[in-house]
Write a protein that binds this ligand. Structure first.
Ligand SMILES: Nc1ncnc2c1ncn2[C@@H]1O[C@H](COP(=O)(O)OP(=O)(O)OP(=O)(O)O)[C@@H](O)[C@H]1O
Ligand SMILES: [Mg+2]
Length: 251
C-alpha cells in the first residue's frame, strides 16, 4: 500500500474486475473495470436498475462493508485498495451524496449535520467550525444553519447533503442523481455548485440520466444490466440505454 493518500501518479479511482451480489438474487455488477485520473469529471449513466448506485456503494466501501453481499475484484482510491480500510478511513478519500438526501440527513440542525462527519473522524473542534462555516458560505446556507434539514426544500436538502460531505474534504466525490426530484430553481442551484466543484479540479463521479445537465463532463461510463458497455468522451445516445425498449410495429 502507498503512503497516506497514495502516490501522485495513482489514479483517483481504479476498479478492476468488480462483480457484486447483494444476496441470493445473484450478481448485479459483472466484471466492471475502469479508472479515473485525478481531477476528471465522469458521468455514470444507464437505465434504472442497471447498477449505478450499487457501483457507487462499492466505490465507497459501503458494499460490502456495511451492506454485506459478495464482492470480487478490487477498488482502489488514490492508490490504496479500500478492502482492508475501515469505512471512516475510506470516507476521508471518497465521499458520496446519496440519491435520496433524506437517507443521509440525520441531525436536528443543518450546522450539526455539517459537523457530524468530521466529528466522527475526531477532527479538532476549531477546524470543524472552520469547515462548517466554509461550506455554509459556499452554498449560501448560513441562514439555514439552525434550521432542521427536514424542513428544507428538496434543492436545499441536496445542498446540505453536499455541504455535509464536503466538510470531510474528500478528494473524490460521488453524486448519485444530484438533480433528481428538484424543480428548476433547485436544479440550477445544485448544478452551479457541481460546476464549481468540477472546475476546481476535484475528482467527480456523477450518476445522471439527463446528460444535458452534465454536458461539462469529459467522460461517460454506460452501464447495462451491471456491465460496463461504453466508456466514451462523447455523450452516448442515452435513449437507447435509458428508455424501455419500444415495440417495432411493421407498417
Ligand atoms: N439493497 C439491495 N438489496 C438487494 N438488491 C438490491 C438492493 N439495492 C439494489 N438492488 C438491486 O440491484 C440492482 C441494481 O440496483 P441499483 O440501485 O444499483 O440501480 P440504479 O442503476 O442505481 O437504478 P436507478 O436509476 O433506479 O437509481 C437492481 O436490480 C436492484 O433491484
Ligand atoms: Mg440509483
Amino acid at each position: 500500500m502507498s503512503a497516506a493518500g497514495g502516490g501522485s501518479a495513482a489514479p483517483a479511482v481504479r476498479v478492476n474486475g468488480l462483480s457484486y451480489a447483494y444476496g441470493v438474487a445473484g450478481y448485479v455488477l459483472h466484471d466492471v473495470s475502469f479508472s479515473v485520473p485525478a481531477g476528471e469529471t465522469v458521468v455514470v449513466t444507464g437505465s434504472s436498475g442497471c447498477g449505478k448506485t450499487t457501483l457507487c456503494h462499492c466505490l465507497t466501501g459501503l458494499a460490502p462493508k456495511a451492506l454485506g453481499g459478495a464482492m470480487t475484484g478490487t477498488v482502489s482510491i488514490l492508490g490504496d485498495d479500500i478492502e482492508p480500510l475501515a469505512v471512516p478511513a475510506v470516507s476521508k478519500r471518497i465521499g458520496m451524496v446519496f440519491q435520496d438526501p433524506d437517507n443521509q440527513l440525520v441531525m436536528t440542525t443543518v450546522e450539526d449535520e455539517l459537523a457530524f462527519g468530521p466529528e466522527n473522524l475526531a477532527v479538532e473542534p476549531e477546524e470543524i467550525r472552520r469547515r462548517v462555516d466554509r461550506e455554509l458560505g459556499r452554498f449560501g446556507l448560513e441562514r439555514f444553519a439552525l434550521r432542521s434539514p427536514g424542513e428544507l426544500s428538496g434543492g436545499e436538502k441536496r445542498l446540505v447533503a453536499l455541504a455535509a460531505v464536503l466538510t470531510l474534504d474528500p478528494p473524490v466525490l460521488i453524486l448519485d442523481e444530484p438533480f433528481a426530484h428538484l424543480d428548476e430553481r433547485g436544479r440550477d442551484r445544485v448544478r452551479a455548485a457541481v460546476l464549481d466543484l468540477s472546475a476546481s479540479g476535484r475528482t467527480l463521479l456523477i450518476v445522471e440520466h439527463d446528460l444535458a445537465l452534465v454536458d461539462f463532463a469529459g467522460r461517460y461510463l454506460v452501464l447495462e444490466q451491471g456491465r460496463l458497455v461504453a466508456d466514451t468522451a462523447t455523450p452516448p445516445a442515452l435513449p437507447a440505454y435509458a428508455a424501455p425498449p419500444r415495440l417495432e410495429v411493421p407498417a
